[in-house]
Design a protein around this ligand. Structure first.
Ligand SMILES: [Mn+2]
Length: 312
């Protein structure tokens, strides 16, 4: 299992030193790293970053765009062509950096493309602009996976790409083989989606390019330790990751604000291992047999069996 976690959680507990953080990643048993671009990269040349990762036995999974400053009223969909152009340039730079450091996935979360007020944006203009922007990025880096991470709200009251449905419409219209989605578990709970459903639908189409695992209660992006709030939904989600042979990194997008970041990460690793083993103990074929029975009673029996199969 390829595992990664949030660098910023580790920055909270010490200096912003990637060498120190990567040493701790290696020690806790992580295998991969996602870098926020440009936030975590700064002036570090790609070759130096690659060597730093290698010195800790880590690989780059990919980079995730972080738009700040000028972009508060929209990124790729900004009404000002010069700002939208700047967002697009940042995406191209992120692709170049990702490739040079040995990663294969560029994740684009558009936190500011959205709206707060009725009559504030032209939905069709933004839609068309985003379609063209994604095509441009996909065609610029056909060797990389370009992945849309959606979230229903926050930063804006309404995000533009807010759900599995809109993300799926976008994939269909952009129509590029290297465009897919990153599913963030908490974001899906916020939208009252069942994470497993999106995992099955996108995973079955070869469009699941990234997974951000965490947990929450559905109102906010709580970023709780995985499996702590909705373990049954997490088990169902992991079942579909296994069913569709998901082989990219699982990134713990959790926010330990009080907890020690290393201890928190160790809990995430222990939890995903336990849930994974429980599914194997019951058997993927058996899980599928229950699903095929299409019965709430059979599902409830399976849930008890899965709980009983959870062992350290
Ligand atoms: Mn995320």
């Amino acid at each position: 299992m390829k595992l990664a976690t949030r660098i910023n959680s580790y920055f909270r507990s010490g200096d912003k030193n990637l060498d120190r953080v990567f040493a701790q990643f290696e020690e806790v048993g992580l295998t991969h790293v996602d870098l926020n671009y440009p936030e975590h990269v700064g002036e570090t040349p790609a070759e130096q970053m690659k060597q730093l990762l290698e010195s800790h036995g880590l690989k780059l999974n990919g980079v995730a765009l972080r738009f700040r400053g000028d972009f508060i009223n929209g990124e790729l969909g900004n009404a000002d062509p010069s700002i939208a152009g700047k967002a697009l340039r940042l995406c191209r730079e992120a692709c170049d950096y990702c490739r040079a450091v040995g990663g294969d996935t560029v994740t684009i979360w558009l936190g500011f493309d959205g709206f707060d007020y009725s009559f504030q944006i032209d939905y069709t203009r933004v839609w068309n602009q985003l379609v063209n922007a994604y095509r441009t990025v996909c065609d610029y880096a056909p060797d990389l996976k370009i992945s849309i991470e959606y979230k229903p709200y926050e930063e804006r009251s309404y995000a533009f790409i807010d759900s599995m449905g809109i993300a799926g419409m976008m994939l269909a219209e952009v129509d590029r083989p290297n465009l897919g989605v990153t599913l963030d578990y908490c974001h899906m709970l916020m939208k009252h989606e069942n994470p497993a459903m999106a995992c099955d639908i996108f995973g079955g189409r070869g469009k699941l390019f990234g997974v951000h695992l965490n947990d929450g209660y559905g109102v906010m992006d709580d970023g709780l330790m995985i499996g702590t709030a909705s373990p049954m939904k997490t088990l169902e989600f992991i079942y579909y990751l296994k069913k569709h042979s998901y082989d990219s990194a699982i990134y713990f997008d959790t926010f330990p604000t009080i907890e020690d970041a290393e201890e928190e990460c160790a809990q995430n690793i222990a939890m995903i291992g336990m849930l994974d083993r429980a599914l194997d103990a019951v058997g993927l074929d058996e899980v599928q047999r229950v699903i095929d029975a299409n019965s709430g009673i059979e599902a409830a029996k399976l849930m008890r069996r899965l709980l009983c199969a959870c062992t350290e």
